[in-house]
Design a protein around this ligand. Structure first.
Ligand code: SF4
Ligand code: SF4
Length: 372
């Protein structure tokens, strides 16, 4: 086990103890991560898109003023994850980040991006890190395969080249801007599962051996979630047709993921444990780690101000109904009622299942074993 693994395990165990004590005291795990959709506009046409029906419909977006009020009312977070759609299509994205950073409301701000808008992303990184040098700022760039596969999956010719350019430029900036990170996220589907190792080889050759790459099995509310009560199940969440790799390929995928995890600086990581568990869950239909994070450690705010405990269940309230006061909404009877409704479901959604790994001693034990 390397030094980084040991440090991650120590910190995760301390956090688990602290969070359990807080849950005992207040009845809920403290909110650590807010997933904030800043827009439902997107300039890609991904075959595996999670939100295809909700994109580019001209739906209302929260104004900057409303987002300021949200920032004012959230508790200090470990992580604010900005997503969409494509977040960089919002021209006021720097101000949105500033709204949280100025108030010290997030130790780390993540931005999910398809990497198409290289110039805007690089300028954003410069501006935010220039103003808030101590803030963690992590861009998660989607790259799903080698050039031909990625461009086909994303439905935009040249998408791979632009995403790589964004990744390279951000990676070069990390030296002089501590706290800036650029990760690759690869969604595993029937179209790219044979390319996981070749893609990682390519990234190591073209960006550097320390390139950070995470994986997530393509998700769909119909095929990768179980026991969600019909009344609260979010419809059409996932690709229009199942694009999961064939189950016969799961052993190969697990082997490749283990191989790639051994290349990483931190093999004892929860997301790797989650990746192996999600393959098992789809193969057997049985739960692996109880979801304890949705509606407690993690919340979702949509670009129209709707709030959900996770993206597989419907929003249960709108911020506008609570005067844009997030805490009032989060502690409301509507939020409590929805927490009671999600007690029995399980799914492979990485944000929730991946983080739930860190909320159990069984998860920590599996992380430890992955680091040996
Ligand atoms: S997966 Fe992301 S980048 Fe692709 S269409 Fe959906 S929101 Fe846009
Ligand atoms: S994230 Fe949690 S609450 Fe939401 S559907 Fe999955 S298991 Fe249920």
């Amino acid at each position: 086990m390397n030094r980084l693994d040991a440090q991650v395990l120590r910190e995760t165990a301390c956090r688990l103890r602290r969070n359990r004590a807080e849950k005992k005291r207040s009845g809920l795990y403290p909110l650590e991560t807010l997933i904030l959709y800043v827009t439902m506009r997107c300039n890609c046409k991904c075959a595996h898109c999670f939100l295809h029906d909700a994109l580019n419909t001209g739906a209302d977006e929260m104004s900057l003023d409303q987002i300021e009020r949200l920032a004012e009312s959230v508790p200090p977070l470990r992580q604010l994850q900005l997503t969409g759609g494509e977040p960089t299509l919002r021209r006021d994205l720097p101000e949105i980040i500033r709204a949280f950073a100025r108030r010290g409301k997030a130790a780390l701000i993540g931005v999910n991006t398809n990497g198409l808008n290289t110039g805007e992303i690089v300028a954003l990184a410069e501006a935010v890190k220039g103003e808030f040098p101590a803030l963690g700022l992590a861009f998660q760039i989607s790259i799903d395969g080698l050039e031909e596969t990625h461009d086909r999956l994303r439905g935009v010719p040249g998408c791979f080249g632009k995403a790589m350019e964004t990744l390279r430029r951000l990676s070069d900036m990390r030296q002089r801007l501590p706290g800036l990170a650029a990760h690759v996220l690869t969604v595993i589907s029937e179209s790219n599962y044979k390319e996981l190792v070749p893609l990682n080889d390519y990234l190591r050759e073209n960006v550097g051996k320390d390139v950070l790459q995470g994986f997530e099995l393509v998700r769909n509310v119909e095929t990768t979630a179980w026991n969600i009560p019909r009344a609260i199940k979010e419809a059409n969440t996932g690709p229009k047709k199942s694009v999961l790799p064939p189950v016969e390929a799961f052993d190969r995928i697990a082997r490749d993921l283990k191989k790639l995890n051994r290349r990483s600086a931190n093999p004892a990581n929860a997301f790797h444990v989650h990746n192996l568990a999600q393959l098992e869950m789809v193969k057997t239909g049985r739960p692996q780690f109880k979801c304890v994070t949705a509606g407690q450690a993690i919340g979702v705010v949509y670009s129209n101000g709707g709030v959900a405990h996770c993206e597989f269940t419907k929003p249960f309230a709108k911020l506008s109904e609570f005067g844009w006061d997030f805490q009032a909404l989060w502690r409301s009877e509507a939020a409590e009622q929805r927490r009671r409704q999600i007690g029995q479901c399980y799914c492979i959604h990485g944000c929730f299942h991946g983080t739930s790994v860190e909320y159990s001693w069984k998860g920590l034990a599996r992380m430890f074993l992955a680091g040996l």
